[in-house]
Every structure is written in C-alpha cells, then in structure tokens.
Design a binder for this molecule. Structure first.
Ligand code: NAD
Ligand code: WQD
Length: 349
C-alpha cells in the first residue's frame, strides 16, 4: 500500500521541512511545492538524511493556477498542508499588496485548484498574529481577531475565506493552526531556521550571538509590566508544531468543517529567560544590552493551549531548554546553513 501523498506548499521552509519529517514519520509521502524564494532545496536532502525519504520538489508558485493543476495531475495527493507564504510583520507594513497577493490571493488560487482536483482536506498555517495586541493571556481561540498589521490581517482574511468555503460546501475538512512562536530545530542538527540577513526573531539572533556571529543582543525594552520587564512570548518547538500538523491532518480528513486552533505551550517566557536557557544549552555567555521598545511589540502573550488537546489530542511536549539545545546544535553545526555538509554526528541517525 503506497504512502498517501500530501502536498506541502512552502515545504522547503523552516516549518515546512520539519513538517515533512513529521509527515514521513506518520506514514505519509510529502510532495513539496515551493518557489524557494525564502528557502533552500537542500533542506529536502536533509529531510532525506533524517527519514530516508526525499520529498519530491515541484518548484512553483501557489499563485500559478496552471502549475497547480499540473502538480495535482502529476502527484495524486489526499490533502494539502499550506505553509507557503510571506511572514515578516515589518515587511508587510512596507509592502501590503505583496503580502495580500501571496498570502491571500495565493491561498485563493490554491483552494480553487484543490477544488478542481477534488482534494478538499486542508491544513492552513495561520498565526497568533490574528489576535492583535489587545487580549489578556492566555488567549483562547474564541478571542476576537483584531490583527494590527497587514501580515496578521492576511491570515485572518484567509481564515474567513476558508470558513465561508466550508459553509458553502460541506465536503471540505479544514484546520487553521494559529502558531504562536515556533523556534528550535530538529534534534539531529540537520534542519533549522535559515534567516536571510540579520534575524528579526529572538531565538535565531541569540543563537548567532552564542556562535560569535553577532556581537550583542539588543533587548527590545525592559520596562514592560512583566516579571523581569522584558517581553513575554509562547515559544513552541518547531517539531511540536510539525507534529501538530499531522494531528490536524488526521482531524480534517475525517471531520468536515473548519477548526481554528492555537499551537502553543500555554506558557510564556521572557526575553531574559530565553537568554538564560540558551546560555545553559550552549555553555556560551550571551552579551546583551537593553534598548528601546520595538514599535508594534505587545508586552506579553501566550496561548490557551487546551483547544488543540481537546480537538486534536495534541500538546507541546518539548520545553524551552530543549528548544534552545536543539537550536544551538543546528547553529553550531551549520554556521553557513546548508552550505555546510551534513554534520558527521548525524550520519548514524
Ligand atoms: P519560511 O519562509 O521558512 O517558509 C515559507 C516557504 O514558503 C518558503 O520555503 C518560501 O520559499 C515559500 N513561498 C513563499 N511564497 C511562495 C509562493 N508564492 N509560492 C510557493 N512557495 C512560496 O517561513 P516559516 O517560518 O516556515 O513559515 C511557514 C508558514 O508559517 C508561513 O505561512 C508563516 O506565515 C506561518 N507562520 C510562521 C511563524 C514563524 O514564527 N515562523 C509563526 C506563525 C505562522
Ligand atoms: C520575541 C520577543 C521582542 C528580537 C514574530 C511575528 C509573528 C510570528 C512570530 C509569523 C519580543 C524580543 C526580539 C531581538 C528582542 N511570525 N526581541 N531582541 O515579535 O513575538 O513574533 O514571530 O507569524 O507574526 O511578529 O517574535 O522573536 O521577533 O520577538 O528583545 O533582537 O523577543 O521584543 O518580546 P514576535 P520575535
């Protein structure tokens, strides 16, 4: 019995490549559709190092209807995990049309092609950014979506489109996963985050300071109303997020309708707590200085994580120390990303 095919858009990216590992481990055969605009095809070779199976890569754009039709014709799949998209909040403020084109129009193009192909099971990569910055934590899925930037609005709009689609056609099974802050790397040290240029996000920046690639972490504000004054977030291991996609896929395949669910640990950690955890994991001191608040940052938010457990039987299993240990292993073994050969220690996985 051949493994069921799953189309993974954006599957060469950070979360996508880890999701391919989890899908293969669960007995699926991922087919990746990706433009590689923000990723490297060698990530799929690393997936093969880990799993023994290299996902097929279809180099195409989700906005290209003809390419999508060709992909569905060439690769029979049961469902789609849709991760392809642009994800930088600041960039979305500068280029809103670019974000609406890829994230919103791209998803419309994809679900139209899915309908033509008779594939109506979808897991969509949403974000906690849909909530905006006005809700007390822990934030439940019932909280209103008050996104405060174009990026978050693209995700909220896609969720509304998918809910309307489901109401119009009961054959669709859809799960929208609102990730909080995915961080870390596969435990093998073979896969991880590959920011282009100076990282905007905390964890990869801290990793680069630990590796000596950056001199100093600037803490964006230490005067928030939090325990130590620094920003608090719900960091969740990327492999927990990846496994959450498998659980969501199984749910969407057997339950028509739309599920909106948080993927988070249900706990917050401050910037200084992340720094301390990373120093423990790496044995390196993280030089830092306190800078001004970053515009648009919320002081603190974390997930109400009960929904995913009740609906999917999923909960985050890896803690902050493991997130940092895995992130450090990836950083230390791949200072130049996939330009480095696969680390020897990973040979006998
Ligand atoms: P990523 O940039 O590593 O992966 C996105 C992938 O999509 C890349 O491989 C990129 O080449 C591809 N892509 C972009 N535009 C495309 C297009 N038009 N057609 C086909 N492929 C295209 O980012 P990631 O962190 O892996 O995020 C994956 C998804 O998760 C995104 O939709 C993002 O919005 C969402 N998300 C990410 C985070 C996070 O903190 N990383 C948090 C919440 C939600
Ligand atoms: C975390 C904390 C910063 C960098 C972003 C996107 C969100 C989602 C996840 C896509 C904050 C502080 C950071 C630094 C710092 N992505 N920080 N110095 O902003 O919570 O979420 O990534 O969906 O949409 O907004 O994550 O890692 O940028 O920041 O002090 O150099 O670390 O102020 O408190 P954020 P982050």
């Amino acid at each position: 019995m051949p493994a069921p095919g799953i189309l993974v858009t954006g599957g060469a990216g950070f979360i996508g490549s880890h999701t391919c590992v989890a899908l293969i481990a669960a007995g699926y055969r991922p087919v990746v559709l990706d433009t590689l605009v923000n990723s490297d095809a060698r990530s799929l070779k690393r997936v093969a190092c880990i799993t023994g199976i290299e996902p097929v890569l279809v180099r195409a754009d989700v906005r290209d209807a003809a390419a999508l039709d060709r992909a569905f014709a060439a690769h029979p799949v049961r469902a789609v995990v849709h991760l392809a998209g642009l994800k930088a909040v600041g960039e979305s403020v500068a280029d809103p049309l670019g974000y609406y084109d890829v994230n919103l129009a791209g998803t419309l193009s994809l679900v139209q092609a899915m309908g033509r192909a008779g594939v109506r099971t979808l897991v969509f990569s949403s974000s906690a950014t849909v909530y905006g910055d006005s809700h007390p934590s822990p934030i439940p899925e019932s909280a209103a979506c008050n996104a405060v930037n174009p990026y978050g609005r693209t995700k909220a709009m896609v969720e509304s489109v998918l809910a309307d689609l489901s109401r119009s056609d009961g054959r669709w099974g859809i799960a929208c996963l609102r990730y909080f802050n995915p961080v870390g790397a596969h435990e093998s040290g073979l896969l991880g985050e590959l920011p282009h240029g100076p990282p905007n996000n905390l964890m990869p920046y801290v990793a680069q300071v630990a590796a000596g690639e950056r001199d100093c972490l600037v803490v964006h504000g230490a005067d928030y109303d939090t325990a130590d004054g620094t920003g608090v977030r719900d960091y969740v291991h990327v492999m927990d997020v990846a496994e959450g996609h498998v659980a969501a896929l199984r749910h969407a395949a057997r339950r028509p309708g739309v599920l909106m669910t948080n993927l988070g640990t249900g706990h917050g950690a401050s910037v200084l707590e992340v720094v301390s955890a990373f120093e423990r994991a790496s044995g390196r001191r993280i030089a830092l200085r306190i800078g001004p608040r970053r515009p648009g940052d919320a002081p603190a938010y974390w997930a109400d994580a009960r929904g995913a457990f009740l609906a999917l039987g999923w909960r985050a299993r890896r803690d902050l120390d493991q997130m940092c240990a895995d992130s450090w292993r990836w950083q230390a073994a791949n200072p130049h990303g996939f330009d480095d050969p696969a680390p020897a220690f990973a040979a006998n996985l």
